[in-house]
Design a protein around this ligand. Structure first.
Ligand SMILES: [Mn+2]
Length: 321
């Protein structure tokens, strides 16, 4: 990489893949420039609409696992909706956009090796897990039991995951690398107490989901409205309705924010819709099989969810195969 000075900012998507991506880049930056002052900025999709106009801080700016921004010196993303509304040119030396990649961490892992001639093998497990988590390649048992440390960290993100927690976790990834998952090292307390809380919440959320969810066996869609605690058991629709094709939910994520989520059943893929594109048409985003839209009122969330439900039903029922 050519352009790099002492003040380096890393903006990264506030999820497991984003944090591993940030740790990989931070490790490379530190190798290249040991004097670099690293600043970490987690970013979430609730920033949404005016992202392109948001001012980013720093001289050398890395933007990871998040939509394009003109100020970013280097940009890595694998979301098919990653370009947002941007139609300008991409610079192949600074912009690494590949929607075929199952995670941003894997994209960075490969680009660092192929383009920048750098690889730190101590991150192998972290990258493997980021890829597995981002592409949701688990069994239901793995998710329910939640025995693997990376899955425990992932679950801990559903409780009090403020920016301070995400930054601290990213620093732990950077410092301990794959050792963080070693059986010899206990998980840090900041993870453990969130995990305990998340496991409790999960019990309640499962009971609530069973009460709230509605299943339409004809179109094979599960529809539900749930509080934020649903994020502790995102697999509930497929656990209670293993035959379903789609799960569509309205989640109240904060007092004034609602998220419409639409997922294809990961264990019964049909690929009949491009969910990311469907969500993008409402101002959201995602991948072909998972997507979300964030809105600020309950009524708007219900309206969009019902419209999507109708669109899905019409398409699924007219498509007899
Ligand atoms: Mn990702």
């Amino acid at each position: 990489m050519k352009k790099m000075d002492n003040s380096v900012s890393i903006y990264f998507h506030r999820d497991f893949d984003g944090m591993v991506s940030a740790a990989l880049i931070a490790d490379y930056v530190q190798k290249k420039n040991p004097d670099a002052q690293l600043k970490l900025f987690p970013v979430g999709h609730t920033r949404g609409n005016n992202w392109m106009e948001t001012h980013l801080k720093g001289n050398t700016i890395f933007l990871l696992d998040y939509p394009f921004h003109p100020q970013a010196t280097y940009w890595f993303d694998h979301h098919q909706t990653g370009l947002g509304g941007y139609e300008g040119p991409l610079d192949p030396e600074r912009h690494f956009f590949n929607p075929d990649k199952t995670s941003c961490a894997l994209l960075i892992w490969e680009v660092l090796y192929n383009v920048f001639d750098y690889r730190n093998l101590n991150f192998q497990e972290l990258v493997k897990w980021a890829d597995k988590i981002d592409s949701a390649r688990f069994s239901l048992e793995e998710l329910i039991e939640c025995k693997e440390k990376p899955l425990q960290i992932h679950l801990s993100l559903t409780v009090d995951s403020d920016n301070a927690y995400l930054i601290e976790l990213t620093r732990l990834f950077l410092h301990y690398k794959d050792l963080l998952f070693s059986p010899k090292l206990p998980l840090p307390l900041i993870v453990v107490w969130r995990l305990r809380k998340a496991l409790n919440l999960r019990q309640q959320a499962l009971a609530q989901f069973q009460q709230n969810a509605i299943y339409d066996p004809q179109s094979k869609i599960v529809f539900f409205t749930m509080p934020k605690s649903f994020l502790t058991c995102r697999w509930a629709p497929y656990y209670f309705y293993p035959d379903c094709f789609y799960a569509l939910g309205v989640i109240q994520i904060k007092g004034d924010r609602y998220m419409i989520i639409l997922n294809e059943n990961p264990w019964r893929r049909t690929h009949r819709f491009n969910i990311g594109q469907l969500c993008a048409s409402y101002g959201g985003g995602g991948h072909p099989t998972v997507g979300g839209i964030t809105v600020v009122t309950a009524s708007e969330a219900q309206r969009i969810a019902e419209e999507i439900l109708q669109r899905l039903k019409t398409n699924l029922l007219s498509d007899k195969d």
